[in-house]
Every structure is written in structure tokens, then in C-alpha cells.
Design a protein around this ligand. Structure first.
Ligand code: HEC
Length: 122
């Protein structure tokens, strides 16, 4: 009997852990830190390693931002109008590589980050 109870307790504990895991997708603020954005960007106009991000969501489409966040180097190589603009801003017209490197970012995480930028003046 004691053993059954023990097993049930363990099962309940595991179920609880699984449920909190599912419910606690990282917030924008957490991703801003854990994906290292804040090491390289200010949410103001002030440049850090990368450009200040004030107003960036008005300048760039959600679609472009989502692609950029998930694979900056690929977007850099495609060299579309946004990247041409970015190259001029950063004086990197001929650089083969972008300096933006982040931990892997999923499509959902990109969405959350974009919402976070919008809500915070980015
Ligand atoms: C290692 C530094 C670094 C990290 C980490 C980083 N960035 Fe960047 N980011 C840059 C640089 C540098 C550029 C400009 C391109 C270049 O010079 O290579 C840039 C460009 C951008 C742009 C384009 C700005 C524009 O005006 O079009 C956005 C948006 C952006 N970063 C958002 C983010 C977000 C959000 C994160 C976190 C998920 C992040 N960056 C993480 C360095 C970084």
C-alpha cells in the first residue's frame, strides 16, 4: 500500500512538472536576456554592438524580423533592401558576415520577441 502511494506521488509530481513546463513558455523579457539580445542591443537609439532598436518594428516588417532573428547570416547573404540599408548603417557594405550571432531561436520565440520589441519602443 505504501509503495502504491509512493508511486502515485511520484506520478503526480511528474505530471505537475510536465504541466508547468508546457505552460511556461519564456516571456519576451526572458528571451531578450537568454537569447543575448540585450548584450548587443539597446532599446533606445544608442548603438551598442548592434544598432539601437528604437522604432525598429515600424521600420522592418514582422515577416522580415522573424526571418532575421531565426537566421541572420542567411538573410545577410540574401542581401535584400533591408540588409543593404543595415550594411550602410553599420558601414559594412562588403562584409561577408553579419556580427549578429544568437542561440537558436524558434518561430514562436521570434514572434514573442517581436511582440516584446513592439511593447517596449523597439
Ligand atoms: C553578438 C551581438 C548580437 C546579438 C546577441 C544580437 N544582435 Fe541583433 N544585431 C547585431 C548587429 C551587429 C546587427 C547589425 C548587423 C551587423 O552589423 O552585422 C544586428 C541587427 C539587428 C536587427 C536589425 C536592425 C535594423 O535596423 O534593421 C534587429 C531587429 C536585431 N538585431 C534584433 C536582435 C534581437 C531581437 C536579438 C536577440 C534575439 C539580437 N538582435 C541579438 C548584433 C547582435
Amino acid at each position: 500500500m505504501k509503495r502504491v502511494l509512493g508511486i502515485m506521488l511520484v506520478a503526480a509530481f511528474l505530471a505537475a512538472v510536465a504541466m508547468t513546463g508546457a505552460a511556461s513558455a519564456a516571456t519576451g523579457e526572458e528571451l531578450w536576456a537568454s537569447k543575448q539580445c540585450k548584450n548587443c542591443h539597446n532599446m533606445t537609439e544608442k548603438k551598442k554592438v548592434g544598432p539601437g532598436l528604437a522604432g525598429v518594428t515600424k521600420k522592418r516588417s514582422d515577416e522580415w524580423m522573424a526571418k532575421w532573428l531565426q537566421s541572420p547570416q542567411a538573410v545577410w547573404e540574401e542581401n535584400g533592401p533591408e540588409v543593404k540599408d543595415l550594411r550602410a548603417m553599420m558601414k559594412k557594405e562588403n562584409a561577408p558576415k553579419t556580427a549578429m550571432k544568437t542561440p537558436a531561436i524558434s518561430a514562436d520565440e521570434a514572434k514573442t520577441i517581436i511582440e516584446y520589441l513592439k511593447a517596449n519602443g523597439g
